[in-house]
Design a protein around this ligand. Structure first.
Ligand SMILES: [Zn+2]
Length: 488
């Protein structure tokens, strides 16, 4: 029998507010000293009262507006009761039946496949709650430490409808959401730092059947790779069980990123186990009285899918390049500035070269050398000069790459480098031929090999000639001339 995977995501993101959700403590995810940003409110001392952080509410509403969610007039907070040592109050203030945002959609806009990138993933709800503290298990295993710096940090929870069908779709959704949260400046959404965390619900449905299968939840997915791999693994595991005639157990599973398998953690609590009830210490919210929605809408930045579409339409660059630029605002700025400074005569080739050299070479060097954008000295003026020289075929691509490596660190004037190092491409055939004659004279073995049919001998000769010319020639041109010269 064929099974259809049905997947829903729950994504938590820590909001980047100055203070915590219900008190004045600093919300600083980089604080290394444990239990520094704490007070009676976030420690749940008796008699203290929470006060709602307006900025946190605004952040979630902004996300809702960007996702085109419904924003109901009334919303309220509820107590979610459960006992765990990292939860100092013994309950979490969350939202149950009246979340801030309902519905909405996010497309898989980061996909390079145009069909897939139009697919819209429907959203169930987006709500606001508080984060828990952190349990630290020292190596001696005799004790557990608690750091409450994170307790009470505003946490956004987004739940999708069960409309995702593969690990890849889930990853593309999560990646797209991360970029949206960064673009809206509401969360740093760094998964490695736990600022964005994913849980997935997976069930298998026999093809053609309406009813959903038994749901398994996988928690603690701390990377996009983990999201994709855990889902693919679960689909495989559950298919195998069903094919063997066994039942799927409703449970929560963990993810082992080393072995790349899921493992059973506990059977799932039902919602009533949490004994939700309206938070008596907080008033219901009427967000339309608290916020000017016209202003909130007007203040939305260009959303990442709009940016991507604009890049493709305006600059005619491929989806892949656009995806990279959408994810890196510094690279995007450098791209736009550079293109605006290109020689109009070579605008089309130059734009495509700018995209290539930026998204492949510059970002490649940045990653390889572990650089930050602040370490990259290259200015858009100088980058445009480099591209102009390349597009007009004044320099070869090999020379351009050498210069690029230099100017990333120094921003030394491109024209000056070309002049002082004599890197201008030599297209004067008589000069090329005289160099080739030298090479042929110096490498009789390679010539013999070539005549015997060894094709790579020619590449060796081209390499020798390029080295002699310091890369200032077109290798294809050289190859043609060498062949002509040898075969006479
Ligand atoms: Zn506090």
């Amino acid at each position: 029998m064929e099974y259809e995977p049905v997947i829903g995501l729950e994504i938590h993101a820590e909001l980047k507010t100055k203070t915590k959700m219900f008190c004045d403590c600093f919300n600083d995810s980089d604080e290394k000293q444990p239990n520094k940003n704490i007070c009676q409110v976030c420690l749940g001392h008796p008699g203290t009262l929470p006060v709602i952080n307006k900025k946190a509410v605004e952040s979630v509403l902004t996300v809702g507006l960007a996702l085109d969610s419904d924003i109901p007039e009334f919303s309220k907070f509820d107590r979610k009761n459960y006992f765990y040592p990292d939860l100092p109050k013994g309950y979490q203030i969350s939202q149950y039946d009246e979340p801030l945002c309902r519905g909405g959609k996010l497309s898989l806009y980061l996909s390079d496949d145009p069909q897939e990138s139009l697919k819209e993933i429907e959203i169930e709800r987006v709500h606001l709650e508080e984060d828990t503290g952190k349990l630290i298990h020292p190596e001696d295993k005799k004790s557990t430490l608690i750091d409450f710096n994170r307790a009470g940090v505003p946490l956004m929870e987004l739940v999708t409808k069960p409309v995702i069908h593969s690990g890849k779709e889930a990853r593309l959704f999560a990646q797209g959401l991360q970029i949206l949260l960064k673009t809206l400046k509401v969360s740093k959404a760094d998964m490695e730092k736990g600022q964005m965390r994913c849980e997935v619900n997976i069930s298998l449905k026999p093809q053609g059947q309406k009813e959903l299968g038994t749901k398994v939840e996988v928690k603690n997915l701390n990377s996009f790779r983990a999201v994709e791999r855990a889902i693919d693994y679960e689909i495989q595991r559950q298919t195998q069980l069903l094919e063997q005639g066994e039942k799927i157990i409703q449970e929560t599973r963990g993810w082992d990123p080393i072995k790349e398998i899921t493992y059973s953690q506990r059977t799932k609590e039902e919602a009533q186990d949490y004994r939700y009830f309206p938070e008596p210490d907080l008033p219901p919210l009427n967000v339309y009285k608290l916020f000017d929605f016209k202003k909130l809408k007007a203040e939305l930045p260009e959303l990442p899918w709009q940016t991507k579409q604009n890049l493709i339409q305006t600059y005619n660059i491929p989806s892949q390049g656009a995806n990279i630029l959408v994810q890196d605002d510094k690279a995007l700025l450098l791209f736009k500035e550079t293109v605006s400074k290109l020689d109009p005569e070579y605008k089309k080739t130059g734009t495509s070269l700018t995209d290539n050299y930026l998204t492949t070479d510059i970002l490649g060097i940045k990653e390889k050398e572990g650089l930050n954008w602040e370490d990259i000295r290259l200015s858009s003026d100088n980058f445009a000069q480099l591209i102009n020289n390349l597009a007009s075929e004044k320099i070869s691509s090999r020379v351009a790459k050498d210069i690029l490596l230099d100017i990333i660190h120094s921003n030394q004037d491109v024209e000056e480098i070309i002049k002082t190092k004599g890197l201008e491409k030599i297209s004067d055939e008589s000069i090329l031929i005289s160099i080739i004659e030298e090479i042929i004279k110096d490498n009789p073995k390679a010539i013999e090999d070539y005549k015997k049919g060894k094709e790579n001998a020619i590449q060796f000769l081209v390499g020798q000639a390029m080295a002699k010319l310091k890369g200032a020639a077109d290798p294809k041109e050289l190859e043609k001339l060498i062949r002509e010269k040898i075969t006479g």
